[in-house]
Design a protein around this ligand. Structure first.
Ligand code: ZN
Length: 353
């Protein structure tokens, strides 16, 4: 796929040469403060970054929820091997973000990719970031992952960690959303048009770590407010099906029932979404993609090792690369994004009996 990368670079150079990037950031007028305020003054406004159109392929990377306590996650048993294969640690993710920034990538909105209206700061390349299974399942909590996403008193989205028995709740930034939020705040050119990424959620163990069945009005209200905060700060919310079903082999009736269950649970709390992330990357059986499109999922995402955006009947199919322990085993594929050798944390990944 080197040819595709070469094409991207060529298009990037063309965009730079076209000179659309020559605009200077507008000067911020000094605004006198007539009255001293008792509330903390906001940070000085960041000048908007001039953006240029991008017409090449758009890369997408996806992650699962991050491993926060490697000693609990990477044990020498089936689940431990699964974490090692399908996850990265918070430390590794921090290194990946830094590398993506230094290598010229900028986060863009998945809807702009589908619409062909992607824009990036001049000289940079677009990237869609996504996180699957933002549900904080019971099995993962026991292995040191967060219990849920919460909004702190300052309005920032944080991860809530607890001890394995559910006691001692405390806030942490060791999770994908707070890490990306902080990185974009520190590096405005890492985000175009305010985009952060895509969060894909199942429903069978609730949403964002809040358990919703049987109904829990307080938990539902927390989800509703959190979803609004996330949307307002550049995150797109997506279905990952209700039951993490196998779209590549489940019958149409099962897909239809699962879709109805996801919408009944999630839409009143998350708001409508037109994005569906296939569980396991499994491409739907005949008729299922159309069924999902008719249910409103006009953007459907699978897994591949190349960037694809294909118009289909009633929907757009896009591919994402997986970033995890298995992907680390093939460093060449990730080379445009980061150096696996510099990112991988072998000490954290040594499986403990
Ligand atoms: Zn999944």
């Amino acid at each position: 796929m080197r040819s595709r990368v070469a094409t991207s670079v060529a298009l990037l150079c063309a965009a730079v040469l076209l000179g659309a990037c020559q605009a200077e950031p507008p000067v911020q007028p000094a605004v006198p403060r007539a009255v001293a305020s008792t509330t903390p003054s906001p940070s000085p406004p960041v000048p908007p970054v001039p953006l240029v159109a991008w017409h090449g392929p758009v890369e997408q990377l996806f992650f699962h929820t991050l491993v926060v306590r490697p000693g609990l996650a990477f044990t020498d048993d089936t689940l431990g091997h699964s974490f090692a294969d399908y996850s990265v640690t918070a430390t590794e993710f921090r290194r990946i973000l830094t590398s993506l920034w230094h290598r010229g990538w900028t986060l863009v909105d998945v809807h702009r990719v589908a619409a062909g209206t992607v824009r990036v700061p001049a000289g940079r390349r677009p990237l869609v970031l996504s996180e699957d299974d933002v549900n904080y399942y019971d099995y993962a909590r026991e292995r040191g992952q967060p219990w849920r996403l919460v909004t702190d008193s300052a309005g920032r989205v944080r991860a809530e960690l607890r001890d394995a028995d559910g006691t001692h709740p405390r806030l942490s930034d060791d999770d994908l959303v707070p890490l990306v939020d902080a990185f974009v705040a520190a590096h405005p050119e890492f985000s175009a048009d305010g985009a952060k990424g895509l969060l894909a959620l199942t429903g069978y163990e609730g949403l964002f770590g809040e358990r919703l069945e049987p109904p829990d009005p307080a938990a539902a209200d927390r989800v509703r407010r959190l979803a609004q905060t996330l949307r307002d700060s550049g995150w797109t919310l997506a279905s990952h099906t209700y039951g993490h079903i196998h779209l590549e082999r489940d019958r149409l009736a099962i897909v239809a029932r699962d879709t109805a269950r996801w919408r009944a649970l999630a839409e009143p709390l998350l708001g409508p979404t037109d994005v569906l992330v296939y569980p396991y990357g499994g491409r739907p059986v005949a008729g299922a993609a159309a069924l999902l499109a008719s249910a409103g999922f006009h953007l459907q995402l699978d897994i591949d090792i190349v960037p694809r955006t294909e118009r289909r009947q009633g929907y757009t199919l896009m591919s994402r690369r997986h970033v995890d322990g298995l992907a680390f085993d093939v460093p060449a594929r990730l080379a445009p994004f980061f150096d696996v050798q510099a990112v991988r944390d072998p000490a954290a990944r040594s499986l403990e009996a």
